[in-house]
Design a protein around this ligand. Structure first.
Ligand code: F6R
Length: 241
């Protein structure tokens, strides 16, 4: 595990973007596993700058996102497809047909998850998987639980996640209660994992991820078993190490 301790969010974003850019430069037809949320927004902004400055070319890149809310159409501004289009894809030369996000409109969960898993399999997993981390140690939508779930699956969101999401939706009943997520096995198939974290509220999760026991109660702790993990985190997120 390589850990980069940086000063702040901006430095974290620059470092993460340069690692992703090197991956694309070394292997122009690479498969990137991508995440949503507040952590990668700055990384994507920096990648867009690198693209505009001519340092990276996304034309042969494939991207596979971690997760999507079940039931949200791609045009919904809370969907992860919408997030990816507006925060990255619309601003670089990636081919839209080479970008994959679970199909939130497919209400047959088994079908949606099986097809997504087969698609990941057909690419042999990702070359580089970008991850954020939840305060409870979740990665993707793999919430703490009794077991690590291997494949892409439909996750029932915890009440605290549903409550936290209410602020983004016009009505409480609009908040999705389920999401499709890559499983821990799908994430661990990545050749390289890049985890980014900032802020004090991630400190405990980061400490448990790096030093704690490997347990599904802290899903990110499984990363201790991966042989190529890089963590880029600010000093606050690393304050309990
Ligand atoms: C997003 C995802 C989540 C987030 C995590 C951290 O695709 O899979 O695991 O990475 O919830 O979210 P932020 O970055 O908003 O703190």
């Amino acid at each position: 595990m390589i850990i980069y301790k940086v000063e702040n969010y901006e430095e974290m974003s620059k470092k993460a973007a340069s690692i992703i850019a090197s991956q694309i430069i070394m292997k122009p037809d690479c498969v990137l596993g991508l995440a949503t949320g507040s952590s990668p927004v700055g990384t994507y902004k920096r990648l867009i700058d690198l693209y505009k400055e001519g340092y990276v070319d996304f034309s042969r890149v494939t991207s596979i996102n971690l997760d999507e809310y079940k039931g949200l159409e791609p045009t919904n501004d809370q969907s992860y497809r919408y997030f990816m289009n507006t925060n990255l894809f619309n601003h670089v030369n990636i081919k839209k047909e080479s970008t994959f996000v679970p199909d939130g409109l497919e209400l047959d969960s088994d079908k949606a998850c099986r097809e997504y898993e087969e698609m990941i399999e057909s690419y042999g997993g990702t070359d580089l998987q970008l991850l954020g981390i939840g305060r409870n140690g979740h990665i993707g939508f793999n919430e703490p639980g009794p077991v690590f779930v291997r494949d892409t699956h439909c996750e029932d969101l915890t009440q605290s996640t549903i409550d936290a999401n209410k602020r983004f939706f016009a009505k409480d009943e609009d908040v999705p209660h389920q999401a499709y997520s890559m499983g821990i096995g799908s994430i661990m198939k990545a050749k390289k994992i890049l985890l980014i974290a900032y802020g004090k509220d991630k400190a405990e999760a980061i400490a448990k991820t790096i030093n704690g026991p490997i347990t599904p109660k802290v899903p990110a702790s499984i990363l201790q078993l991966h042989n190529d993990v890089t963590i880029v985190a600010d000093k606050e997120a690393l304050s309990m190490i």
